[in-house]
Design a protein. Structure first.
Length: 405
């Protein structure tokens, strides 16, 4: 199986797909799957732009809306995670994962799926310590603080991934695991990106939860993006233990290293995306403590027994099958002839895919629950914009102007 890995998409689906189609033709090969490592920007219409945390000069429709509307069809099955520049209102509809457009699958805020016989896991967002232990309290339409915190990785999602016991073949995160530069040529990296050196030496470059997941899951492949450069590393897990091949890639710009094709052993096709039994069992078992306020999840201090949940899910999948529920559009698509027309913001839309999955798992729908006033706690103000935009956005990677453009 040949899998294409792409760094930050930034909504430029047309050019990424065109590049891969050209590679197929020139190299006379067949690409089975495209995986994007975040900043996908699944923007369906102008309302979604209001949930996209980017500087105003980067706020544009780009090309995802064409695939959402059906004007174009993805030429390859596409799997993506979220980064720190996303239409977060849409991704919240698909918190558990689902089709963002035909043939384009969002892995969820955290998730594991199977593609053929290959098992792929992922974690959306970026790590910020001041929000890590909070619950998912943000609800669309987002205010100036929540539009940034909504994509910050939460302990609850990482804890669920830490329960995965069966081997994962490929794992995807947006930011790099903390300490990954110890396992590659970091001196060459800082020759090209000198502004990373201080963070590397201070051991602050990267995500601590991602590093914990790397140590726990030990996948053969781990891919990331976020820092707009290519970096490779080999992580040896213990003496004589398994090796994880790490690769970070750039964003889609001519002349930059934004694509890599790997070949992995797999069973014969057809290769399609399917639900993963163990992950659905974990989701079902832990949904009762899904934190939907600022309060931290109570994990009870011990691992929940998974066997009953696993057997229950297995029986349900045997009856229904393992293919995800079909794509359903939930909002009107962008219309270029009406661009800029006055519009109202509807907030949260219940996605029929999410509703169907929760009904299948016999779980309640809670994504539109509002935070009770009494559960509100004070938040660390560091790293948030004031209401009138007074302080710097610390989620922006501080890159030189040529990289930023």
């Amino acid at each position: 199986m040949k899998i294409a890995i792409e760094g930050c998409m930034h909504g430029d689906l047309d050019n990424v797909y065109a590049t891969l189609l050209h590679l197929q033709e020139v190299e006379r090969t067949k690409i089975d799957l495209l995986i994007c490592c975040g900043d996908f920007q699944a923007v369906r219409n102008e309302e979604d732009l209001e949930s996209l945390s980017v500087p105003p000069k980067y706020r544009s429709m780009n090309s995802f809306w064409k695939y959402y509307s059906g004007e174009k069809v993805a030429p390859f099955p596409t799997l993506f995670i979220g980064g720190n520049h996303e239409a977060s209102n849409y991704l919240w509809e698909l918190y558990y994962g689902g089709w963002a457009a035909p043939h384009i699958y969002f892995l969820g805020f955290a998730g594991v799926v199977k593609f053929g016989s290959i098992r792929i896991g992922g974690l959306s967002g970026i790590y910020k310590s001041h929000d890590y232990h909070l619950g998912h309290f943000e609800r669309p339409p987002y205010n100036s603080k929540d539009i940034k915190s909504v994509y910050h990785v939460r302990e609850y999602d990482v804890h669920k991934l830490m329960q995965v016991e069966e081997p994962v073949d490929i794992f995807v995160s947006h930011d790099w695991p903390l300490g990954i530069t110890d396992h590659g040529n970091w001196k060459d990296l800082v020759r090209h990106k000198p502004y990373f050196e201080e963070e590397i030496r201070d051991r602050t470059l990267g995500s601590k939860p991602a590093a914990e997941l790397l140590e726990k899951l030990k996948p053969p492949y781990w891919f990331s993006a976020h820092l707009h450069c290519k970096f490779a590393a080999l992580v040896q897990h213990g003496d004589g233990g398994p090796v994880s091949k790490f690769l970070a890639l750039d964003k889609c710009i001519p002349g930059r290293n934004f694509l890599q094709i790997i070949e992995v052993e797999s069973e014969p096709g057809p290769h399609e995306i399917h639900y993963d039994e163990e992950w659905l069992a974990i989701t079902r078992r832990y949904n009762s403590i899904f934190p939907l306020t600022m309060k931290r999840s109570n994990f009870g201090g011990k691992k929940l027994d998974m066997e009953d949940s696993r057997q229950w899910v297995r029986s349900k999948l045997q009856s229904r099958g393992t293919k995800p529920f079909e794509f359903v559009g939930t909002v009107p698509c962008y219309n270029s002839s009406q661009a800029g027309a006055s519009r109202s913001f509807s907030g949260h839309n219940r996605n029929p895919q999410t509703e169907a999955l929760l009904q299948f798992l016999e779980l309640p729908y809670v994504l539109d629950d509002s935070e009770p006033a009494e559960s509100s706690i004070s938040r660390d103000p560091i790293g948030y914009d004031s209401e009138d935009g007074g302080i710097e956005d610390v989620d922006e990677i501080q890159l030189p102007e040529d990289d930023d453009e």
